[in-house]
Design a protein around this ligand. Structure first.
Ligand code: FAD
Length: 535
């Protein structure tokens, strides 16, 4: 993917696009892949970088959602379990099977969760990742050696999926591009164009790198902007009722020593009635998440002190080595775009549905919002079916259920630290071979080499230091301090690739370091408690 080439395509386009997608997160990327692979002319516009919104901030699980089963939402769980299986089949380099254990400290937990997980297995049907099992104390300790032992009776083990959210996102963008889609990051939609009858017939977008404005004609416009959904809907009709309810979730990242082994821990009932995961991810321990209703949305939301304390306290009850604030390598925060059905809810965002919604405004703007990363493909299929009707496009069948995602590789474990790149790993290794400087690790505490930065700038439209360190590599999430330390070196690599000067590189370091400092809780004071907001 080359940005200059993408800009030229938008500039030179004379015909209306079949489908213009606003938003480059999981939802927009899914729609672009689906529509382009059916053979439609697709343009995707992203205001920031691909994944800068919620889609880079997930718990990294491709899952049916044990919690939704508890809530009785069987159809959502079944659909997600099916999508989990499809995703493993189509992107085995990014998605993997992970064992989870629900620890049992009371006599009733083994039969209770044992039966629950059998239902979970059953609902997966032919897409099952493996059977769940009630474990003895010894078996539990073997898989989770760092779990708190006093009072432990055993555990219930089940299977779910794990992934790297932005690596999948970039692979989806590349897949869409390979099917002819045009994709632009740093190009925000600022206006929706209507015909005389008031129907949407295009958008205006501004390239934030050059300031160039594009007038873009479209047969169908899809609003896939997550937490910014209502902002776009108001461009079409300023008086529309808000449909999106924001809820924030935080994750704390710790050293791997807190969760030794290849098995994740699920705390099935936290004090606020949710679940908490401690998951091994890229050789770290990732713990989360929370579900906190918030008033205002932003690209870099801050955690609340109360949330950090809650996660530390809950994790500390289940891990033999209690994590403290000093142990946190990074804290990252995401905002869920939840949809409120009229009159529904008990005031808690945790009880709002995780189902997605497709909504068509009077102007013909097609909005898709909510859902989960796991179900992005199914959501996209449904959305494109609607978009083709609205845009009076020739009907063409969806082919994504059996389509490989870019990077497909059956044995990623053979690729070592480059496994998430799948089939692209060979090209990155070649870069490192041709130039030994690029074979050097970025930092002793990060699993990346310089060639990855260069690869992403040349092929994945990485444009800023934040793109390179937060979403092409995951340095910021794995160790925010180390990410700040490597920033000057990475900025000069990027500057060279993008034809920028030293002033640009210095400015990038300044902007990135200020932002990344917010991921380090030591020395940073966050707001104490969330505002009182009713969902
Ligand atoms: C804490 C947390 C944990 C989660 N964990 C999981 C998990 O483990 N598994 C799972 O399946 N799901 C998980 N989810 C849910 C999942 O992350 C979301 O459902 C998904 O990422 C939403 O994607 P999206 O594309 O709709 O939104 P986003 O990713 O936010 O994308 C919307 C995009 O629209 C862009 N945009 C906005 N305005 C404009 C404009 N004017 N012009 C152009 N572009 C614009 C934004 O910049 C943004 O990039 C989690 C969510 C949270 C918050």
């Amino acid at each position: 993917m080359n940005r200059d080439e993408m800009v030229a395509r938008v500039r030179n386009r004379k015909e209306p696009w079949d489908i213009v997608v606003i938003g480059g997160g999981a939802t927009g990327a899914g729609v672009a892949v689906d529509a382009a692979s059916r053979g439609y002319d697709v343009l995707l516009l992203e205001r920031e970088d691909f994944g800068k919104g919620t889609s880079s901030r997930a718990t990294k699980l491709v899952h049916g959602g044990v919690r939704y089963l508890e809530q009785g939402n069987v159809s959502l769980v079944m659909e997600a379990l099916k999508e989990r299986g499809i995703l493993l089949r189509n992107a085995p380099h990014i998605v993997k099977d992970l064992k989870f254990i629900v620890p049992n400290y009371s006599w009733w937990e083994a039969p209770f969760y044992g039966i629950g997980m059998k239902v979970y297995d059953f609902l997966a049907g032919k897409y099952s990742f493996g059977a769940s099992k009630v474990l003895s104390l010894e078996e539990t300790l073997k898989l989770l050696p760092t779990i708190r032992q006093d009072g432990l009776r055993g555990g219930v083990m089940y299977h779910d999926g794990q992934f790297d959210d932005t690596r999948l996102l970039i692979n989806l963008m590349t897949t869409a591009a390979e099917h002819g889609a045009t994709l632009l990051n740093y190009a925000g939609v600022v206006e929706l164009k209507k015909d005389d009858a008031g129907f949407i017939q295009g958008v205006a977008a501004v390239d934030s790198e050059s300031g160039e404005r594009f007038e873009i004609a479209a047969r169908s416009v899809v609003n896939a902007t997550g937490i910014f959904t209502d902002e776009i809907r108001r461009l079409a009709e300023p008086t529309v009722q808000q449909m999106m309810v924001p809820s924030q979730g935080i994750h704390l990242v710790f050293d791997r020593s807190f969760l030794v082994g290849d098995t994740a821990l699920l705390v099935p009932q936290t004090d606020d009635g949710r679940v908490l995961f401690a998951v091994p991810w890229h050789n770290r321990t990732l713990v989360g998440t929370t579900d906190t209703p918030i008033e205002s949305i932003s690209y870099e939301p801050l955690p609340f002190e109360e949330e950090i304390e809650f996660v530390l306290e809950t994790a500390g009850r289940y891990l033999s080595h209690k994590p403290t604030r000093e142990d946190i390598l990074s804290v990252y925060v995401g905002i869920r775009p939840l949809v409120k059905a009229a009159g529904a809810g008990d005031g808690k965002t945790s009880s709002l549905s995780r189902d997605y919604t497709i909504h068509i405004d009077h102007s013909g703007l097609l909005t898709i919002v909510g859902g989960k990363w796991t179900t992005y493909r199914h959501m996209a299929e449904d959305c494109v079916d609607h978009a083709t009707t609205l845009g009076r496009l020739e009907e063409k069948p969806c082919i994504t259920a059996t389509m490989h995602i870019h990077g497909y590789h059956q044995h990623p474990e053979e690729l070592g630290s480059l496994s998430v790149y799948g089939a692209d790993a060979a090209a990155i290794q070649q870069l490192a071979k041709e130039n030994p400087e690029l074979a050097k690790p970025l930092h002793s505490d990060l699993p990346y080499i310089a060639a990855e930065i260069v690869w992403a700038a040349r092929n994945e439209m990485s444009r800023t230091l934040d793109d390179a360190l937060a979403r092409r590599t995951r340095a910021l999430l794995l160790n925010a301090r180390a990410a700040i330390q490597v920033a000057p070196m990475v900025a000069s690599l990027l500057a060279k690739e993008l034809g920028k000067d030293a002033t640009w590189a210095a400015e990038q370091v300044k902007i990135f370091s200020a932002m990344a400092a917010q991921y380090i809780p030591q020395g940073t004071k966050y707001p104490a408690t969330p505002p009182v907001v009713s969902a």
